[in-house]
Design a protein around this ligand. Structure first.
Ligand code: FES
Length: 154
């Protein structure tokens, strides 16, 4: 069930769209803000509220990288795995993150502090390799720089 607060916030977004179905991403974001991720049950609730099928909502939720369909850690690391970052050392950066956090891509650390995910181009190709931690963008990554960045989130 969507909470009253979620419904109020989703309705606020609906005012900016000609059809309620067009606000599906905003609705999913509202749910994620309140619950940390979008569960199967939430997909059904959003679908019902927007008069869509759960499959339609799920396909949007799955396509959109910033909607999390599984529980995530306190901080989400989105590591760019597109071409410029590949050329500028993506593999080195990825391996360092995996070693340091002791997790694979798509996983969450044991203490639930970090989730490590990949994302297509972050629009920071001039600073490749790049990643985001929550809403903060970091570029020109090196193993040393990653250590410094992650220390800030401890
Ligand atoms: Fe990585 Fe564009 S390819 S930021």
């Amino acid at each position: 069930m969507l909470t009253d607060k979620e419904i109020v916030e989703i309705k606020e977004h609906l005012k900016h769209y000609p059809r309620k179905q067009a606000a599906v991403i905003e609705a999913l974001k509202v749910v994620q803000e309140h619950r940390g991720y979008v569960s199967d049950e939430s997909v059904k609730d959003v679908a019902e509220f927007l008069e869509m099928t759960p499959d339609e909502v799920d396909s949007v939720a799955t396509f959109y990288n910033l909607i999390f369909r599984k529980p995530v850690g306190e901080h989400v690391i989105l590591l760019c795995d597109s071409i410029s970052c590949w050329i500028m050392g993506y593999e080195n950066v990825r391996d360092h993150l995996k070693d340091k956090l002791k997790i694979d891509l798509g996983q969450t650390t044991e203490d639930k502090k970090f989730t490590l995910l990949t994302i297509p181009c972050l629009g920071a190709c001039d600073r490749a390799p790049a990643m985001m931690v929550d809403n903060e963008l970091y570029g020109n990554l090196t193993p040393e720089k990653i250590d410094e960045i992650l220390d800030q989130y401890k």
